[in-house]
Design a protein around this ligand. Structure first.
Ligand SMILES: Cc1cc2nc3c(=O)[nH]c(=O)nc-3n(C[C@H](O)[C@H](O)[C@H](O)COP(=O)(O)OP(=O)(O)OC[C@H]3O[C@@H](n4cnc5c(N)ncnc54)[C@H](O)[C@@H]3O)c2cc1C
Length: 379
């Protein structure tokens, strides 16, 4: 075993951290306050090659491996989970179905769009179907060389800012998971509209909306895999993407932790820095342990995936543990800063708000525990 990162991964980590410190942290609170999508940051992220970090080299991307993608995601989320989630939803989550099942022409089409600095979005959840993916109702009816899509997608990250979507629908709801089918859909296809931006607790700089499909004609050549393969494509995509949600959570937690440590050295109470108090030192010790444990689980999930070993249960370990950890760590960071932690100005309040969704999206932490328990019982 070798726990050291390679020189390339260290360079990538340093580059992404520098980007977070120079381009994100100084301006993000204002964007968060206004709940504004940070196009300026996204453009700069594209210029330095981080926005397309999931695009394979043969399709014009930087060719960063899965561990590198995790590292970039963590560091961007150190700056802002909203910004990191924008990149991850586009370059990782929305692109995974294309990586998993796309043919050469589909990959070229999808990645050409991302390589232009445009964004992608992954359209799975519906108003009536979140955890229960097989219960989705959006219909895909074959009409000659086209499928006609009708239905509404809910909570779509980048829904209003993306130029291309991966979309899941059903040919027949009675077939449940066997009826599901995946597509690449261009945003400018007639019949697509988006709802108003959702007002959220956290990751307020990311764009979350309904995407509505009304008689949207999608050419057959945009279908990913065969009819009936959509459920499996979707599950494989989520397995691949879950370590990046873990990385988002770790980035948030690391930032809250660093703010808390700095504050402990500076804040004086009872004539001494509060970092001298064992009560706070033990909290920080627990926080440091948990962050590192989450990172190691995430790296292990990546290692298994990169070595073609079964990894879906480990992706769930990582996502579930890291998300719960981020909630604990950010809550403790607010506590360590006392009243100042509760103010927006100090930054840990944003970390705590941002951490919550990590337990919810890309499969709630209850669903992760279902996956883990199934692995325990079925092997
Ligand atoms: C900010 C944000 C961004 C998102 N981005 C995207 C996106 O880009 N694309 C996309 O497709 N979706 C996206 N989602 C949707 C997200 O993945 C879903 O919200 C999530 O999967 C849960 O679905 P639901 O909200 O319908 O909850 P439900 O499935 O209705 O669950 C409600 C509660 O029941 C629990 N529950 C449900 N089933 C079980 C079970 N079998 N066992 C135990 N407990 C269970 C859940 O854990 C939860 O606590 C996003 C959501 C948010 C909030």
């Amino acid at each position: 075993m070798d726990f050291r990162l390679s020189d390339e991964h260290i360079a990538l980590k340093n580059m992404a951290r520098k980007f977070a410190e120079q381009e994100i942290i100084p301006v993000i609170r204002e964007y968060d306050e206004k709940e504004e999508f940070p196009w300026d940051i996204i453009k700069k992220m594209h210029e330095v090659g981080l926005l397309t970090c999931g695009v394979p080299e043969e399709y014009g991307g930087p060719g960063i491996d899965m561990l590198g993608q995790i590292i970039v995601t963590e560091e961007l989320c150190y700056g802002s989970a909203g910004v990191g989630a924008t990149m991850a939803a586009s370059s990782l989550l929305s692109a995974e179905p294309v990586i998993v099942a796309g043919n050469d022409a589909q990959k070229k089409h999808y990645f050409d769009v991302l390589n232009e600095g445009k964004l992608g979005a992954f359209c799975l959840t519906e108003p009536g179907a979140g955890s229960d993916v097989a219960g989705l109702s959006m219909t895909a009816k074959r009409d000659g060389d086209y499928y006609i899509l009708n239905g509404t997608k809910q909570f779509i990250t980048n829904g209003g800012v993306a130029d291309i979507y991966t979309v899941f629908a059903t040919t027949d709801k009675n077939l449940k998971y066997k009826g599901i089918i995946g597509f690449i859909v261009d945003r400018n296809t007639p019949g697509i509209s988006v709802g108003p931006e959702e007002k959220k607790m956290g990751i307020r700089t990311s764009d979350t909306r309904q995407v509505i499909f009304e008689d949207v004609r999608v050419p057959v050549e945009n279908r990913l895999g065969e009819e009936g393969e959509g459920f499996s494509i979707c599950m494989k995509s989520l397995d691949l993407s879950r370590p990046s949600v873990a990385a988002e959570a770790i980035g948030i937690a690391q930032r809250a932790f660093d703010i808390a440590v700095k504050y402990c050295k500076e804040r004086v109470a009872f004539g001494q820095p509060i970092g001298n108090f064992q009560a706070l030192r033990f909290m920080l010790a627990d926080m440091a342990m948990e962050i590192e444990a989450a990172r190691l689980l995430t790296y292990k999930a990546c290692w298994l995936a990169m070595n073609n070993e079964p990894f879906n249960y480990m992706a769930s370990y990582a996502k579930c543990y890291a998300a719960d950890m981020a909630m604990r760590v950010t809550t403790n960071a607010v506590q360590i800063l006392g009243g100042y932690g509760y103010l927006r100005e100090y930054g840990v309040e944003m970390c705590m708000r941002d951490a919550k969704v990590m337990q919810i999206y890309e499969g709630t932490n209850q669903i992760q525990r279902v996956v883990i328990a199934n692995h325990i019982f079925r092997g």
